[in-house]
Design a protein around this ligand. Structure first.
Ligand SMILES: [Mg+2]
Length: 262
């Protein structure tokens, strides 16, 4: 990974992970919100891309300084258009209904096999996946997380993991695929244009596909704790962790967009 100092890309859109990228212990850092406002004032569009529920993405899209919010690791996305609100999904409705049946089955199976592994506290707001708390309110035993991941995969689903949650994902979405569709819907960007003109910043395993896809991929400093689950590490890393690292990246992008430095 290279220092942020050598980042030279002129970026039109900054996509960002939420947990442990703009938050610490689940609280959004004021410095990160200020950085989002500054990015938009500089003409750089902002897009939240989170593993959190679509119910959270809806609140983020309504209330944060963002142009678009992608939730559940790419399962859906939404944006505010004046007083109107647009919601889109990766899968069509019949597919989502069938996937719900499969999700209910894996949730029952893991509940039987690993009764001590709790659902994520935000499960009620999820629409397209199921999540378990592996690091948000406690530290789940690693063997339980490995066992749950194996059960999810045996059921034909993927099992991405963030710093806080393990997910059962029954479709082909991930943060990169969901973001590409969302960027096309919201801004009319094609995949190649998106790859070149957008930056992505995150910190953990469920950001891996986005780190691999976007040319300008950035990890906040705490990404170093999760590199074992990230096959293609981000190209750049910020000096500071979490919200302060995000603000450092924002400042770098704004400075460079204005052509103030080389
Ligand atoms: Mg994160």
């Amino acid at each position: 990974m290279e220092s942020l100092e050598v980042l030279r890309a002129r970026v039109e859109v900054l996509l960002f992970d939420v947990d442990d990228t703009v938050t610490t212990d689940g609280r959004v850092e004021p410095v990160a919100i200020e950085a989002l406002e500054a990015l938009r004032a500089a003409g750089i569009r902002t897009v939240a891309v989170t593993g959190r529920p679509l119910g959270w993405a809806e609140v983020i899209a309504w209330t944060w300084p963002v142009d678009l919010a992608v939730g559940e690791n790419g399962a859906g996305w939404m944006w505010r258009h004046g007083r109107h609100f647009v919601t889109r999904y990766f899968e069509d409705e019949p597919t989502r209904v069938a996937q719900r049946v499969a999700l209910d089955a894996i949730a029952r199976e893991i509940g039987r096999e690993l009764p001590a592994l709790p659902h994520a506290g935000d499960q009620a707001l999820r629409r397209c996946d199921v999540a378990w708390d592996v690091g948000e309110t406690w530290h789940a035993p690693e063997e339980d997380v490995v066992r749950a991941s194996a059960l999810i995969r045996a059921a034909g689903m993927r099992a991405p993991r963030s710093s806080v949650h393990l997910h059962a994902v029954p479709g082909h979405w991930d943060k990169a695929r969901g973001a590409v569709r969302a960027l096309a819907d919201r801004f009319g960007l094609g995949p190649e244009e998106a790859r070149r003109s957008c930056a992505f910043v995150g910190d953990s395993g469920n950001d891996a596909e986005a780190f691999a896809f976007f040319d300008t991929s950035v990890g906040v400093a705490n990404v170093r704790e999760h590199l074992s689950r990230i096959p293609t590490p981000p190209r750049y890393v910020t000096p500071s962790p979490r919200g302060r690292g995000f603000a450092e990246l924002a400042q770098r992008l704004i400075t460079h967009a204005r052509g103030i430095d080389g």
